[in-house]
Design a protein around this ligand. Structure first.
Ligand code: 13P
Length: 251
């Protein structure tokens, strides 16, 4: 089984519902006929209306951008994994660097969130990546290894089949500075080798590893042509249908 090619758009806290529906419908119309998988990680408020607007298909899927680590309870303002699963939202993003930074999510908490998501039957796009200081100190591979070891690698082989990994160097997010294709490939190959050591060849070969950080219509092709880059997790460029479709077409 070849691993999936995935273009995932992370809309973050952008678009109101009307703009969001127009954007999602335009992207879904273009993406449905492709051999690749398109995932739209939209604000919580958009999930239910989009579930109704976009005909469900294995090619175009929705994702939440976060979930709580408990299934229910007195956690004002939070959304649980079972709530997402009950709405048939297939994916959730966990471990994004913005949540690690602004919401103080550490590897231990992310481990609990992974457990909650998988127990509810969700698939997870799990993010990792280093800041600029760590990159400059040439400690990026060790940093990502620690992030994965302390959270993701608590899962079983069977559970790993529901995981997509996204490598997002923080210094490339929203900065316009993209990792070079060689830098992306170096890290993706390192992650795949970590997967092989921990889980064996089958999981290593079948886990999609996405690159995120200033992916654009004009650089996606080169990034996606790297041997271990299976697609992208795209922020800013996923908010423009024409540009995001260009990225989907870059495979
Ligand atoms: P940008 O594509 O805007 O750099 O964002 C990347 C990202 O954080 C996706 O999750």
């Amino acid at each position: 089984m070849a691993r999936k090619k995935i273009a995932a758009g992370n809309w973050k806290m952008n678009t109101n519902i009307d703009d969001g529906i127009a954007l999602a419908v335009a992207v879904a119309d273009a993406a449905r006929s492709k051999d690749t998988v398109t995932i739209l990680a939209v604000p919580f408020t958009h999930l239910y209306p989009l579930q109704k607007k976009i005909k469900s298909s294995s090619k175009v899927l929705l994702a939440a951008q976060n979930c709580h680590h408990k299934a229910s309870g007195a956690f004002t303002g939070e959304i649980s994994a079972p709530m997402l699963a009950a709405m048939k939202v297939p994916y959730v993003i966990l471990g994004h660097s913005e949540r690690r930074e602004y919401n103080h999510e550490d590897n231990a908490l992310l481990s609990l969130k992974l457990r909650a998501a998988l127990d509810a039957g969700l698939k997870v796009i799990f993010c990792c990546g280093e800041g600029l200081d760590i990159r400059k100190a040439n400690a990026h591979v060790a940093h990502v290894k620690k992030q994965l070891t302390e959270s993701l690698f608590q899962l079983t082989i069977a559970e790993m089949k529901n995981i997509v990994i996204a490598y997002e160097p923080i210094w490339a997010i929203g900065t316009g500075e993209t990792a070079s294709p060689a830098q992306a490939q170096e890290m993706h190959a390192a992650i795949r080798s970590m997967l092989q050591k921990k889980y064996g060849k089958r999981i290593a070969e079948n886990t999609s590893i996405l690159y995120g950080g200033s992916v654009k219509g004009n650089n996606a092709k080169e990034l996606f042509s790297q041997a271990d880059v299976d697609g992208g997790l795209v922020g800013g460029s996923s908010l423009n249908a024409t540009e995001f479709v260009q990225i989907i077409n870059a495979f």
